[in-house]
Design a protein around this ligand. Structure first.
Ligand code: Q9C
Ligand code: ZN
Length: 368
């Protein structure tokens, strides 16, 4: 399989995030993508290539130009402000009840001060912006769009090793470790190029609130997602089964929330439900938002999937007979990311899974 990877992600060098106001080691770190790259290189069955520059237009087809401008300006502005901080993290968020009972437009002005600007565009306070964030986020979009190009080149499947991830980024909002919605941008570019409908299958542990929001009223893009019940897990306010889309998009949004502790068998049953919906929807390309935070040992999530079930999931998704643009989202248990990616992608290719010999880690053992 052809794999698209860019070292530009290394510029998004995150060492900490905040949880309830306290700095803790970051989860969404560069090592994640490097682990996956190393495993795919060691496998021998994958060929890595760099992305090509697709410019801003495909991003602006999905995102508010103001969000793009903010993400580009945030770091230089923090430096200009003289604040001795390592990252842009908002404290005040522009929450909806602030303008309850007021007319549309009131409360919509973007402030000038950097902290207020961050809270204007942010979903949460756990998505730090550092010096290289904008360059890395732009490169992740190019990785996704180049994976689309590879499929239009005639490949049955392509994998884009996107970092930072994307599915929490909405039209006018960043958050959840995401800045630009790589999968939504890829799906929109496929619609544009083919005039066909496109399905997005989201297999990250978390609901892809951004992808749902972007295509909410669209009948030509199906969003189908398996994720943790939002009553207990991020992103908390979206991801319920009764969110089905509106207008043209009514019926083109499928949420399959799953309970804490979900293991291989119930997960596979939900995969089959999503694949049925996709099979009944048109189009020849499926975009997969692939997260490995469903893995049993993930430090911030509570599903119980195993490395071998990723092979079976990849096999079932490929059995749709559609072309696949597979894009990396979350997954935070670093020692297993490489093997989980190899397992899934080899399943999608119809190759058996042979564990790599030395990983300094065994699935049954304790965390390395
Ligand atoms: N204590 C993705 O998987 N909240 N994003 C983390 C940690 C944010 C996850 C709280 C989780 C976002 C792409
Ligand atoms: Zn996730």
């Amino acid at each position: 399989m052809r794999v698209v990877y860019s070292p530009a992600h290394l510029a998004h060098e995150i060492t900490f995030e905040t949880v309830m106001g306290v700095a803790v080691p970051a989860n969404e770190v560069a090592e994640r993508a490097e682990r996956i790259r190393a495993a795919l290189e060691a496998d021998g069955g994958f060929t890595l290539e760099g992305p090509t520059d697709h410019g801003l237009d495909p991003i602006l087809a999905v995102h508010d130009p103001g969000l793009v401008r903010f993400l580009e300006e945030a770091w230089p502005e923090l430096r200009r402000s003289g604040l001795a901080r390592q990252a842009v993290i908002p404290e005040e968020l522009r929450v909806r009840p602030l303008t309850d009972d007021m007319s549309a437009g009131i409360g919509d002005r973007e402030p000038r001060a950097i902290s207020g600007r961050a809270g204007y565009w942010a979903l949460d306070t756990s998505t730090p912006i550092v010096a290289g964030t904008y360059v890395a986020a732009r490169a992740a979009v190019d990785v996704a769009l180049t994976a689309v190009d590879v499929v239009f080149d005639g490949e049955r499947a392509a994998y884009g090793l996107c970092r930072p991830p994307g599915h929490h980024a909405a039209r006018s909002m960043y958050g959840g470790y995401c800045f630009f919605n790589n999968a939504a941008i890829a799906a929109q570019s496929i619609v544009r190029r083919t005039g066909e409908p496109v399905a997005i299958l989201d297999l990250d542990y978390h609901h892809g609130n951004g992808t749902q929001q972007i295509f909410w009223r669209r009948g030509d893009v199906l969003y189908a997602s398996l994720h943790a019940d939002p009553a207990g897990q991020y992103p908390y306010y979206l991801g319920y089964a009764d969110e089905i889309g509106e207008d043209e998009g009514a019926g083109a949004n499928l949420n399959l929330p799953l309970p804490p502790g979900t293991g291989n068998e119930p997960y596979l049953a939900a995969v089959d439900r999503a694949l049925e919906a996709i099979a009944g929807f048109g189009g020849s390309v499926v975009v997969v938002s692939l997260g490995f935070d469903t893995y049993a040992h993930d430090p911030i999530c509570d599903f119980a999937l195993t490395t071998d079930v990723y092979h079976e999931i990849g096999r079932r998704v490929a059995s749709l007979g559609r072309s696949l643009v597979i894009l990396q989202e979350g997954g935070y248990y670093r020692p297993a990311l490489g093997e989980n990616a190899r397992s899934w992608l080899r399943g999608a290719e119809g190759r058996p899974f042979d564990p790599l010999p030395v990983q300094g880690f065994s699935e049954a053992g304790t965390r390395a």
